[in-house]
Design a protein around this ligand. Structure first.
Ligand code: 0FX
Length: 252
């Protein structure tokens, strides 16, 4: 018998795939969607086909819209919401985040890209939101080992699957307010969008090992995005680079 303590729950997501998979997960867990409302940020333009007709996704800007969430919801779950939650909001309403990284390592933007480059652990983390980015008390997390053939996209797909599996285990305990947390073991490190952008333009005259070069290119290989590039000196055009890595065993 489920004893839901939080009944007015906002799912705030800017990630269409995860939002759809969350809805499917609720079905698997026999959780009625009546408990949930859905929101996305103004810059997100996706719709969710599996959302029942009577439900719609509200567009909420945290800048001027956060106050109306207070009192209306007793729990907000961020499933890759691209806006920062204001401190005033997290003081008033319990807010939980699912993050595609292994806190406290490579908090912030695109964790798997940076983990391929700096070797820090990667995975998925469900945590309470505090006033710092991807920083609050941890409810559940699991690491994923990076293989030599992983690219950003192959690793990201595993992370997304893991995020759903973590939610499968902890969504009901969260809604029952029946879970424990632990502090992250350190402050860790953060990467911003600007750190990612700085990686994109390849310096063709830079001296580095082939191993470092392969790691840089696989960290930036994420179809359908065009990330790593260099300028063709003859035409002035940008040339984009992706790598393809396969194991000998993949051929059989
Ligand atoms: O939703 P999300 O997977 O996650 C991002 C942040 O990484 C995460 O820490 C934050 N909590 C969340 C709100 O936003 O991001 P995405 O759907 O924009 O990108 C998914 C992956 O796609 C990313 O990990 C790397 C890849 N990508 C994305 C863009 C926009 C690229 O390789 N190049 C790009 O230009």
């Amino acid at each position: 018998m489920i004893n839901l303590i939080f009944k007015k729950v906002l799912i705030f997501s800017d990630n269409a795939e995860l939002c759809s998979r969350f809805i499917a997960l609720c079905d698997d867990l026999n959780l009625k969607l009546d408990h949930f409302e859905f929101a996305k940020s103004p810059q997100s333009d996706f719709e969710i086909e599996t959302l029942p007709n009577e439900k719609s996704i509200s567009i909420i800007s945290m800048k001027n819209g956060w106050e109306e969430l207070v009192g209306k919801f007793d729990l907000i779950i961020s499933i890759h919401c691209k806006q920062l939650f204001p401190e005033d909001l997290i003081r008033e309403v319990k807010c939980i985040n699912i993050h595609p990284g292994f806190n406290p390592y490579n908090r912030g933007w695109f964790p798997q890209v940076f983990s391929i480059l700096n070797g820090k652990p990667v995975g998925a983390t469900v945590h309470e939101i505090d006033e710092q980015l991807d920083h609050g008390p941890i409810i559940a997390q699991e690491e994923i080992k990076i293989t030599k053939t992983d690219t950003s996209s192959s690793l990201y797909n595993k992370i997304i699957d893991l995020e759903i599996e973590l939610l499968r285990d902890c969504l009901i305990p969260i809604l029952e307010n029946n879970y424990e947390t632990r502090k992250p073991i350190a402050e860790g490190n953060i990467n911003y969008k600007s750190d990612f952008n700085e990686l994109l333009e390849l310096d063709l005259s830079k001296k580095q090992t082939i191993g470092e070069t392969i790691d840089l290119l696989r960290a930036l290989t994420h179809e359908p995005y065009k990330n790593a590039c260099f300028i063709d000196e003859d035409t002035g055009e940008r040339i984009y680079v992706n790598v393809n890595l396969s194991k000998e065993a993949d051929d059989v």
